[in-house]
Design a protein around this ligand. Structure first.
Ligand code: GLV
Ligand code: MN
Ligand code: MN
Length: 506
């Protein structure tokens, strides 16, 4: 393997026996090209090209050492007499064959992030754009800085950290660190922190990919506080305007844009964001299939379609003791009928149809009052778009019918609607073959949950890697994945990203 020494942001770097200690990288990064060239020129050779400066130092074997800086566009490695430009040379597979992630470091970061806003039972509550979300962001951003990455924050708060090496568009990974109210500690966080682990593994082993690597934290993937879900990545790819997103209202009242400013994450990078070379997201399965089939890795083929709506049922509030049953216009009864209808529809439509009434608000919510109104949410998903549309139509017909029968008014509001997504076959193939090369059992499977990768798939070749969820439990503090599986998944992410760097894919 070619060795390129990498200086970390926290370390001063002793260049060679001439004992010029280069300043912290953070200082270097703020230098202008000319300044960097002249400062280094006192001690070391610098090569100024029209658009870049080469910053060179040497390790104690007189090997040329690469120092990463924002302005470095070329990477050289070699000894003094034979400099090899590796910035334009695609690494061959054997260059990174031996690399593997540091499991202790990955688990340390996962457990440290899980300490931000813990809840009973071992999970987390970091609803999007709350103080808790901000605290999680601050911690992960500090790790991105430790890795000397270039951090951008865009107009909807997406954080993208770049390790700007090589050339061309970056191979991107990432996920989210917001959670549902009763979330687990791996949903989303695993994909982000494994991405940082990929970067750190390369840096510490002196492996420079031929393209930049990027790690994203996408805002409000869960959609639990601000619908729709995958909001940040949707805006990142241009599927919703920034203005529209900033105007969305939270379930607890505030406006998205105001909350973003309040937590200090209203950034200046524009949306849509830069299109990556390719995108791959690592995630826990959040379902029972891998475990049931005794398979370690899922090569994800796509994501099922999602339809979210809010249904408001308004009836006649009245006395619970005096109002005859025949004269009631009871929204609570109607809400219950809707939930039963969804369960029966799922049974009729087959195993790929899932329906959930996850939120119900009753007003005035008192024991002896026939309610005035009930607001409930419907989450309806299918891998087949035609069936999903059919389910939506049947639900709409049922709402009209039950409103008439009970004498209530029903209004609906669309919260999210995403068609099923098919991932890029080349990315799926790479994930599957790397999983096998690393001696894992692997199967192809669709995702039941929504993910940021489904949005990135609109603009670049994308895919996902799944690892098992114990007992198929997720969106629950009991969510768990065994360490061996987390490590296996992160190693597949590492090799998938590095393979993508060396793959022409358009
Ligand atoms: C996102 O987690 C979803 O609801 O699928
Ligand atoms: Mn997730
Ligand atoms: Mn989730």
């Amino acid at each position: 393997m070619r060795r390129v020494l990498f200086a970390h942001a926290t370390e001063s770097f002793q260049a060679n026996e001439s004992s010029m200690a280069l300043a912290h990288q953070t200082t270097m990064r703020s230098l202008q090209i000319g300044q960097a060239a002249s400062i280094l020129g006192e001690c070391h050779r610098t090569v100024a090209l029209p658009t870049s400066v080469h910053i060179q130092a040497f390790d104690d074997q007189s090997h040329l050492v690469f120092l990463h800086a924002t302005y470095v566009k070329q990477i050289y490695y070699g000894d003094l007499s034979t400099l090899i430009d590796v910035s334009t040379t695609s690494p061959v597979a054997s260059d990174f064959d031996a690399l593997s992630i540091d499991s202790a470091r990955l688990m340390d970061r996962l457990m440290s992030l899980a300490e931000v806003s813990p809840i009973a039972g071992g999970g987390n509550c970091r609803l999007a754009l709350t103080d808790e979300d901000r605290d999680g962001r601050d911690l992960v951003v500090s790790w991105m800085r430790d890795l000397n990455m270039d951090i951008t924050i865009d107009a909807v708060g997406n954080i993208i950290a770049y390790w700007n090496v090589g050339s061309g568009a970056p191979v991107m990974t990432g996920s989210h660190i917001d959670t549902v109210r009763t979330g687990g500690k791996f949903d989303g966080t695993y994909g982000v922190l494994a991405g940082l682990e990929v970067v750190e593994t390369c840096q510490r082993n002196g492996y420079i990919p031929s393209r930049p690597l990027a790690v994203g934290i996408f805002t409000d993937e869960e959609g639990a506080r601000f619908a729709p879900d995958m909001l940040g990545s949707l805006v990142y790819v241009g599927g919703m305007t920034t203005e529209e997103a900033l105007d969305i209202t939270a379930i607890d009242g505030p406006r998205f844009g105001d909350e973003l400013v309040r937590i200090g994450y209203a950034g200046s990078a524009p949306c849509p964001g830069p299109v990556p070379h390719s995108f791959v997201e690592l995630h826990i399965e959040q379902g029972p299939l891998l475990e049931a089939n005794n398979v370690r890795i899922g090569a994800v083929t796509g994501v099922q379609g999602i339809s979210w709506q809010e249904v408001a049922v308004v009836g006649q509030s009245n006395h619970a003791g005096t109002t005859p049953m025949s004269l009631r216009h009871d929204p609570t009864y109607v809400a219950a009928e809707i939930a039963v209808f969804l369960r029966q529809l799922s049974a009729r439509f087959g195993e790929h149809q899932v329906c959930t009434v996850g939120k119900m608000d009753v007003f005035p919510n008192l024991i002896n009052v026939v309610a005035a109104r009930v607001t409930l949410t419907l989450d309806v998903r299918n891998t087949d778009e035609t069936l999903l549309q059919q389910a939506e139509q049947e639900i709409s017909d049922f709402l009209k019918q039950i409103a008439l029968a009970e004498g209530v008014t029903i209004t609906t509001k669309k919260l999210a609607r995403f068609e099923p997504v098919v991932f890029d076959p080349r990315v799926i193939d790479i994930v599957e073959s790397i999983a096998k090369q690393q001696s894992n059992t692997v199967e192809r499977m669709p995702s039941g949950a929504g993910h940021d990768a489904q949005m990135l798939a609109r603009v670049c070749p994308s895919g996902m890697i799944f690892v098992p969820s114990v007992n198929g439990i997720s969106h629950n503090p009991a969510e768990h994945t065994d360490t061996d599986d987390l490590v296996a998944g992160a190693n597949i992410l590492l090799h998938t990203m590095l393979t993508l760097c060396a793959t022409e894919i358009a």
